[in-house]
Design a protein around this ligand. Sequence first.
Ligand code: 13P
Length: 250
Amino acid sequence: MRRKIVAGNWKMYKTPAEAVSLVTEILRVAPPRNDRDVVVCPPFTALSRVSQLLKGSPVKLGAQNVCWEKEGAYTGEISAPMLRELGCEYVIVGHSERRQYFREDDALIAKKLKAVLAEHMKPILCVGERLEEREGGRTNEVLASQTKGALGEFDATQVRGLVVAYEPVWAIGTGKTATSQMAVEAHQFIRQLLAEMFGAGLAGETRIQYGGSVKPENAAELLREPEIDGALVGGASLKADSFLRIVHAG
Ligand code: 13P
């Protein structure tokens, strides 16, 4: 059985002080259930303070992005060793917003994955099709090219612990969720790809989360599916109440 993982991607929301309030509330209102991994991914500027608060709690820390280099003259960038020292266990890589607004391509994403894995953190690799790609019947083609483009250079021992997030771009921040059947089909397809690339063992243990307008109202239906190993939550992770309702759903 794969352990489900619910992660909150706060995107560019919450100052450090606001982040402290949100995490304090998450920890106060309800202890997250211990059969699931719960992760919060604040902006870089809040990682340090959130990390302090999470010490000794079951909630894990994640970052939203990382540089591919360990150190160097890369003004404005943050490296994997820096994130690791702050207590990050997870790093989101290849989010569609980074692909779209920051022109990240599969080759760059592969380099970032390598940087994260080198520090023994777990990447959350985001893949997903745009609306016109789904409507054009190209969903699987896009998922295959993103998955192979990012992971093609690795072997099974290197990618152990990897999490994949299936995030259809048309469902992000739009209020349109994929039906659980659409998500299950995409997850099965991704898992099959992982089996072809890394073997059935690794494919069977790799967690695939769904992301895209996950809310307390639809979380149970998605999380009840054995093929859906968790959720990557944007907007609904910005309030303790809605995030915890998702953590406990299903
Ligand atoms: P929303 O939950 O706001 O649609 O965002 C999803 C997402 O992009 C998580 O990474």
